[in-house]
Ligand binder design. Structure first.
Ligand code: NAP
Ligand code: ZN
Length: 405
C-alpha cells in the first residue's frame, strides 16, 4: 500500500490548499454553468456542475502530522475527467493501515493526511464517457484508484501487483496531476470509473464498506490457495481483517481455528463460525495442531516470530502474511523442507476480484461486524484499534459530518 506495499515513487506535490484559495475557486466554480457531457444526480446539481468545471472543495478529517489528532479540514477534489465519477461519501471503514500511515509508522507518510480506503457512497455525477455508473448508483472504492493498466499484472486483473506501482486512494500523488490525494474520511471523492465497485441493491452499506479492504485482503488468499470444504484454515489476529477471514473461510466450508492474544475474543471466534480459538502461548494447543493446517492467514499488524505457526502447516501448507510489513523472524530451513511448506504474502486484490467479493458477500449476507462512529470520534477510534478494542471494525458515518457542517 503506497510505497510501503508498492514500487510507486513520485515526487511529492503540493498538499492542502490555503482555505482562502479554495473558497475563491469554489465560488468561481459554483457560479459556472452546467457543462455538457456531465450527468448529474438529483441531489446537488450545483455541485455536479462545479465538479465538471474545475477543482472543488470538500470536507475532510485528517491529521496535520504524525502525532496530531484528527481535525476537520478543507481539501480539494479534482474536476471530473471524462471517465470519472463523483461520489457523495456515506460511510468509510477504519483499517489499521490508515493508522500506520496517519501515525507515520511506515515511513512513507505525507501530511496533511486524510486516510480512508473502505469507502461507500452515492454517485452524484459522472463524466461524459462513463458507462459503469450513473448518478444515483451506490459505489464503493477500496485502496486502488489508479495503475498503469498495461503491464502484465494489470492486464491479468492484478492491479495490486502493477509493475509500475498502483496509486493508493490517499497519501499518494495523482498519476496525472501530481499533488497529494486524500482518502475517504471526507464527504466527496472523485475516482476513475474502473476503480469504482458496484454495490448491489439492498446491501447494508455501512457493514459492506469494510469488505473493500479487509474483505478483499482475506478473500484473495482464500481464492488463490483454493480453500474449500474440509480444509483447515488458521487465522492469526481477530481484528478487522481477521473476523472477515473467519467468516469468508467458514462460508467456503473450511474448518477454522483462530489464534488470538485476547482471551475475551475466544467466544467471539466461535460465534463467527470458527471451530476453535487458541490463545497465544498455549503450548499444549499448539503442539496438538502441529502438521494440521492447510493455510494460515496472519493479520497481525507487527512483525513476530512466525515459526510456531509454520510448524502447524501440513505438507504443502502455506502461511500467508497479510498483516505485517516488518521483518518476520528467521525461519528454520528444516521446518520448511521437511513438509514442503510455503511462506507467502498477499496484498489486497484487483478490481475484478474486489467486485467478486462484494457480490459474493451480498449473495450470502456476509458483512462486517461494525461499530458506527461520528467523524469527531476518529482519534479515539484509532487508539481503540491499536489497543485491540474494536468488535470488529469502526465505520465512520459521514452523513453526520454533513449535518454538522
Ligand atoms: P486490527 O483490526 O487492529 O486487527 C489486528 C489484530 O491483530 C488485533 O485485533 C489483534 O487480534 C492482533 N494482534 C496481535 N498482536 C498485536 C499487536 N501487537 N498490536 C495490535 N494487534 C495485535 O487490524 P486490521 O485492520 O485487521 O489490519 C491488520 C494488519 O493488516 C495491519 O497491519 C494492516 O496494515 C494490514 N493490512 C494489510 C492489507 C494487505 O493488503 N496485505 C490490507 C489491509 C490491512 P487479537 O486480539 O485476536 O490478538
Ligand atoms: Zn486497509
Amino acid at each position: 500500500m503506497n510505497e510501503a506495499w508498492n514500487d510507486f515513487t513520485h515526487e511529492h506535490g503540493p498538499g492542502i490548499q490555503g482555505r482562502r484559495e479554495i473558497l475563491k475557486s469554489a465560488a468561481a466554480v459554483f457560479a459556472a454553468p452546467m457543462l455538457a457531457g456531465v450527468a448529474e444526480g438529483a441531489q446537488s446539481p450545483q455541485h455536479a456542475s462545479a465538479a465538471a468545471k474545475g477543482p472543488f472543495p470538500a470536507r475532510a478529517y485528517g491529521v496535520a502530522g504524525a502525532k496530531a489528532p484528527f481535525a476537520p479540514m478543507r481539501i480539494e477534489r479534482r474536476a471530473l475527467r471524462p471517465n470519472d465519477v463523483l461520489i457523495d461519501i456515506l460511510y468509510c471503514g477504519i483499517c489499521h493501515s490508515d493508522i500506520h500511515i496517519a501515525r507515520g509508522e511506515w515511513g512513507t507518510s505525507r501530511f496533511p493526511c486524510v486516510p480512508g480506503h473502505e469507502i461507500i457512497g452515492r454517485v452524484q455525477a459522472v463524466g461524459s464517457s462513463v458507462t459503469k455508473f450513473k448518478a444515483g448508483d451506490m459505489a464503493g472504492v477500496g485502496c486502488i484508484i489508479d495503475s498503469c493498466g498495461v503491464c502484465e499484472n494489470c492486464q491479468a486483473d492484478l492491479e495490486q501487483y502493477c509493475v509500475k506501482g498502483w496509486t493508493l486512494v490517499f497519501n499518494t500523488p495523482d498519476r496525472v496531476s501530481g499533488g497529494l490525494n486524500f482518502g475517504g474520511y471526507s464527504d466527496k471523492l472523485v475516482v476513475a470509473e474502473h476503480y469504482g465497485i458496484r454495490i448491489p441493491p439492498g446491501a447494508d452499506l455501512a457493514a459492506t464498506a469494510p469488505l473493500l479492504c479487509a474483505g478483499i485482503t482475506t478473500f484473495s488468499p482464500l481464492q488463490h490457495w483454493k480453500v474449500g470444504a474440509n480444509q483447515r484454515v488458521g487465522v492469526a489476529g481477530l481484528g478487522g481483517l481477521g473476523h472477515l477471514a473467519v467468516k469468508l473461510a467458514v462460508a467456503r466450508g473450511a474448518d477454522v481455528t483462530v489464534f488470538t492474544t485476547s482471551p475475551g475474543k475466544v467466544d467471539d471466534a466461535r460465534r463467527l463460525g470458527a471451530r476453535a480459538a487458541v490463545q497465544w502461548g498455549d503450548a499444549e494447543a499448539m503442539k496438538r495442531l502441529e502438521n494440521q493446517l492447510d493455510l494460515i492467514i496472519s493479520t497481525v499488524p507487527k512483525g513476530y516470530s512466525i515459526q510456531p505457526f509454520v510448524n502447524l502447516l501440513k505438507v504443502d501448507g502455506t502461511f500467508v502474511n497479510v498483516g505485517a510489513l516488518d521483518d518476520l523472524e528467521p525461519l528454520s530451513g528444516r521446518a520448511l523442507i521437511s513438509r514442503r511448506r510455503n511462506v507467502a504474502g498477499s496484498v489486497i486484490g484487483g478490481i475484478a476480484e474486489t467486485q467478486q467479493v462484494i457480490d459474493y458477500c451480498a449473495a450470502r449476507n456476509i458483512k462486517a461486524d461494525i461499530e458506527l462512529i461520528r467523524p469527531d470520534q476518529i482519534s479515539q477510534a484509532h487508539d481503540r484499534v491499536v489497543n485491540k478494542d474494536v468488535r470488529y471494525r469502526f465505520v465512520i458515518d459521514m452523513s453526520s459530518s454533513k449535518e454538522a457542517a
